[in-house]
Design a binder for this molecule. Structure first.
Ligand code: FAD
Length: 501
């Protein structure tokens, strides 16, 4: 392409959505010399009072290796600045005992540092950790960073309405409160459009007119409501341990708390609609529900604040979207939640979105033709995006139920032991592969299936070996001389068991 006067390649990229994925994409484009225009439906969240999405305050996100790699590959300094404002979380703290509110009150009066403590389950036997990041602040840091690039222009209160992907033109409508009945519409010409406009993506909807897109959308029967634990009024410190993701698991629902740098915890109550209906709209119903299921949480949040926040905050749905392909010719691609919104239980939504950006640009750099790069990207990304959607769905059961099961804990210990002491066997944990590596998500699933088979085989062989040994000691003499027949029976049993595993 012909270089432009301002030192760019002269090619115009249009990014729809200035959420975390849109902002990171803009940075990658800018560094590659594109002229970048970012259009965001909402106001500029760097301005006081502007919120990100429809969250009450902001949510805390678990940032892990894939998200970190996405930033590291483009700007180490940005990554350092982001990480400096995060809090390490070394594992889950599972609050499984039904600690009465009175015990927590007593600990509070006695001046305990942490008012309640649960069972700590580390994420990794090598001490690796994930990080709690404030979504609003992270998004702000990314916007501040791209605003420094001379070839990036940010346009707020501009919602995508229409696009013509063959003529490469898009139309954006002014969406601020003062827009009136006939909002101004801006016509934008581009060479490449990136749809990073989230789970309810307009780009994705319009893209479906151009490509035969397979599309699957699921709402799970769980709503989430955000609450908050404030710092200790006397010491100003965290009320529970800041380096863990706290879970109060209840089999079919759960309450979680994630630390923030301001010593608060962003909490989320995940429950089926029926449980919210059970609470109803009376404060007494709410307190009775918490006394029954999460008594220790009442003093942590404070009775009055719990009532106020619970009734003020929305109860939001959780959507999971799978689709493919993600692109049209050399004109458009969708990334992040627009391509694969997932339920939040593996803490991977944004991490996977940042990985999309890194991998997309690897393809762009590997091919001289953008159309081929997008096509290869779509092909390669599909199995991985679909896999993390599935993993996220199954991890909900792990968080709300399995964390309390002895079989789950025993299996985790065996895996961690082998991972730690016999790494040459290739045994690892699923959590480590997802959160501490860049192993493609589809390979994580394949690896875990293989590992399950191996571990089950070893466990079965040990059980059979033990039974055989006991039998030999007990009745060995009776079977002397019948070794071949016994061996044939054992072989037959083994084949049947192997087929079952
Ligand atoms: P979004 O963050 O949705 O941003 C899209 C942007 O596009 C928005 O700013 C929106 O205003 C704008 N937009 C929308 N429509 C238009 C339009 N027509 N025109 C212009 N702009 C438009 N992820 C993790 O990695 N770790 C976690 O621990 C984690 N926890 C989560 C907990 C909860 C409760 C939820 C709900 C999500 C969680 N996620 C987590 C997921 C994470 O929030 C998302 O994956 C991430 O925000 C996706 O980023 P995005 O930029 O693709 O989309």
């Amino acid at each position: 392409s012909t270089p432009a006067a301002n030192g760019t390649t002269g090619k115009r990229a249009c990014v729809v959505g200035a959420g975390p994925v849109g902002a990171l994409s803009a940075l990658y484009l800018a560094k590659d010399g594109w002229d970048v225009d970012v259009y965001e439906l909402r106001g500029d969240l760097r301005m006081p009072g502007n919120k990100s999405l429809n969250f009450t305050k902001s949510i805390n996100l678990a940032l892990s290796e894939r998200g970190i790699s996405g930033m590291r590959a483009i700007d180490e300094t940005l990554l350092k600045e982001v990480l400096a404002e995060t809090i390490p979380m070394y594992g889950r703290e599972v609050h499984n005992t039904k600690l009465p509110a009175s015990v927590v009150e007593k600990r509070k009066e006695a001046g305990y540092q942490y008012w309640t403590e649960g069972e700590k389950q580390e994420y990794d036997c090598h001490g690796r950790f994930i990080r709690s990041a404030d979504r609003h602040r992270l998004n702000e840091q990314l916007l501040e960073r791209i605003a420094k690039e001379p070839n990036v222009r940010l346009h707020f209160n501009q919602g995508l309405k229409k696009m013509d992907l063959d003529k490469k033109v898009a139309w954006f409508e002014y969406s601020a409160k003062d827009a009136g009945e006939n909002p101004e519409v801006t016509r934008v010409e581009f060479d490449f459009l990136l749809g990073c406009d989230g789970a309810h993506s307009t780009v994705r909807r319009l893209l479906q007119k151009y490509v035969r897109m397979d599309y699957e959308q699921t709402y799970i029967d769980t709503l989430w409501c955000e609450l908050e634990i404030y710092p200790n009024e006397v010491t100003g410190d965290f009320l529970i341990h800041p380096n863990y993701l706290h879970i109060w698991p209840k089999q079919t629902f759960m309450f979680i708390a994630i630390p923030s740098p301001d010593k608060t915890f962003t909490c989320t109550l995940f429950m089926p609609q029926s449980r919210f209906d059970e609470i109803g709209d009376s404060p007494d119903g709410l307190i009775a529900f918490f006394e029954r299921h999460f008594p220790a949480v009442i003093p942590l949040i404070g009775r009055d604040r719990l009532i106020k926040d619970y009734f003020k905050n929305p109860k939001l749905p959780l959507i999971s979207v799978k689709c493919s392909p993600y692109h049209y010719k050399d004109s458009c691609v969708i990334l992040g939640d627009a391509a694969h919104a997932m339920v939040p239980f593996y803490g991977q939504g944004m991490n996977a979105g940042f990985e999309d950006v890194r991998i997309l640009f690897e393809h762009i750099h590997a091919h001289s033709d953008l159309g081929t790069a997008l096509s290869r990207y779509s092909e390669a990304r599909k199995p991985n995006a679909h896999s993390i959607n599935d993993l996220a769905m199954t991890n909900y059961v792990e968080m709300r139920a399995n964390v309390t099961s002895s079989i789950y804990k025993a299996r985790k210990q065996v895996e961690e032991f082998l991972y730690d002491y016999l790494p040459m066997l290739g045994i690892t944990t699923q959590y480590a592969l997802v959160s501490f590596s860049n192993t493609p998500y589809s390979q994580v699933i394949t690896h875990m299936k293989w590992q399950k088979r191996i571990l089950n085989t070893v466990a079965t062989a040990l059980v059979f070996g033990a039974i055989g040994l006991v039998a030999w000691i007990t009745w060995g003499k009776r079977f002397a001389g019948k070794g071949d027949a016994l061996f044939a029976i054992a072989k037959d049993v083994w084949h049947r068991v192997w087929a079952l595993l």
